[in-house]
Structure formats: structure tokens, C-alpha cells
Write a protein that binds this ligand. Structure first.
Ligand code: GRF
Length: 204
């Protein structure tokens, strides 16, 4: 399979502020790679508009529109290969990737999660659910995790983390905003380090 490290696909389901951070990081030279394809699980995701505003090709991936899950997975992998995508960055993508894609892009798929994994991860732990659980726990800190993606939600090797304090007056919204700010800083830098193999994942 021909891949080019500098060609990235971003998968999302929602607002796409992390997509924007990757695009901006790429323009600023923090991320030495280009976002060339944006895939959304929803036609309504604002992330698609952000991509279109930047002239980036988009695709809405709906496995149920295919005759079988296998044909959907094959089509997605073909499309990634046709575009010579080297890395996949999940940015608020609420679905699991098909296993053949995970296998073809082993150690080349990353996700950003708004908590300090392995705490507060797994199915159903997204958006405000994460921050509500952190506040309910009484933890004094939360944070951001960038990790490799495997076939289990929020499970692959942790590459990088940033800690964020939890304040006594925090609501899920205020905590989410403080964490999101750090996501935008960490994600382009962490993806850049992965591409340059600075985490040493290829030696494992
Ligand atoms: C972020 O909090 C990210 O950590 C999580 O989903 C959210 C996506 O936000 N995986 P956005 O769509 O990038 O604004």
C-alpha cells in the first residue's frame, strides 16, 4: 500500500475544533503534514464546513448505506489508499473504525481524548459525559490524552498527556473549555512527533 506520511485524513462527527487546530498547526509549521481528507460520520457535522472553508475534500461515511459492513470497510480503505493517506487522526469521531482500516494503519492512527486515560475512557465516555464523571469523582486534575488507536474505544498506547487542574467552581462546561484549549495545543504537536517517530512506537 502506498502511503505518504505527510498526507493526513481526519475523522470527526461534530464541531471539528480539533480539525481546525490540526489545519492551523499545519499552516504554522508545527505539524509537518497536510490535512488532505476529512471524513465525517454525520452529514450535519460542522467540521465538514470547516474542511470546505479550507478547500479540503470531504466524505460522509455511512456504513449502513452499503450492502454489508465488509463492503463499507473495503470502500473506506480503498478511498484512503487512493489518496495515499499516511496517518489518520480521529478528532471527535464517535464510531469505531473498521478492523481492516485499523490493521492497515497500525501505529498510524491517533485519537485525542479529553481526560487522563486510562481513567474516564471507553464506550459512552465522550463529550460532557467525561467531564461530568471527572467532577463527580472529586479528582483534582483532569487533562488531555493523545493515544494510538486500536479496535477498542480509547484503549491504544498512550503517546502524550497534559494535565489540567479541576477547580472547585468548575461545571462540566468550564472544565471542558479548559481541557479543549489544551487539546488544541497538544494534538498537532503530538501528531507531528508520531510522524517523526519521536515516540519510538516503530521499535516496539
Ligand atoms: C474533543 O473533546 C476530543 O477530545 C473528543 O471529542 C471532542 C471533539 O471536539 N475526542 P471537536 O469536534 O474537535 O471540537
Amino acid at each position: 500500500m502506498e502511503r505518504q506520511a505527510a498526507r493526513i485524513a481526519v475523522f470527526l462527527s461534530g464541531g471539528g475544533s480539533n480539525l481546525q487546530a490540526l489545519i492551523d498547526g499545519s499552516k504554522a509549521g508545527i505539524l509537518s503534514a497536510k490535512i488532505v481528507w476529512v471524513v465525517s460520520s454525520s452529514a450535519k457535522a460542522y467540521g465538514l464546513t470547516r474542511a470546505e472553508n479550507e478547500g479540503i475534500e470531504t466524505f460522509v461515511f455511512k456504513p449502513k448505506k452499503y450492502p454489508s459492513p465488509e463492503s463499507a470497510a473495503d470502500d473506506l480503505l480503498n478511498k484512503l489508499q487512493e489518496r495515499k493517506i499516511g496517518y489518520i487522526a480521529l478528532a471527535g469521531y464517535l464510531k469505531l473504525l473498521p478492523s481492516i482500516v485499523v490493521a492497515a494503519y497500525s501505529k498510524c492512527i491517533v485519537n485525542v481524548h479529553p481526560a487522563l486515560l486510562p481513567k474516564y475512557g471507553g464506550k459512552g465516555m465522550y463529550g460532557h459525559h467525561v467531564h461530568e464523571a471527572v467532577l463527580a469523582s472529586g479528582d483534582k486534575e483532569s487533562g488531555v490524552t493523545v493515544h494510538l488507536v486500536d479496535e477498542i474505544f480509547d484503549h491504544g498506547k498512550i503517546l502524550d498527556q497534559v494535565r489540567v487542574p479541576v477547580l472547585p467552581e468548575d461545571t462540566p462546561d468550564t472544565l471542558a473549555a479548559r481541557v479543549l484549549e489544551q487539546e488544541h495545543k497538544l494534538y498537532p504537536r503530538a501528531l507531528n512527533k508520531l510522524i517523526r517517530d519521536e515516540y519510538g512506537v516503530n521499535n516496539e
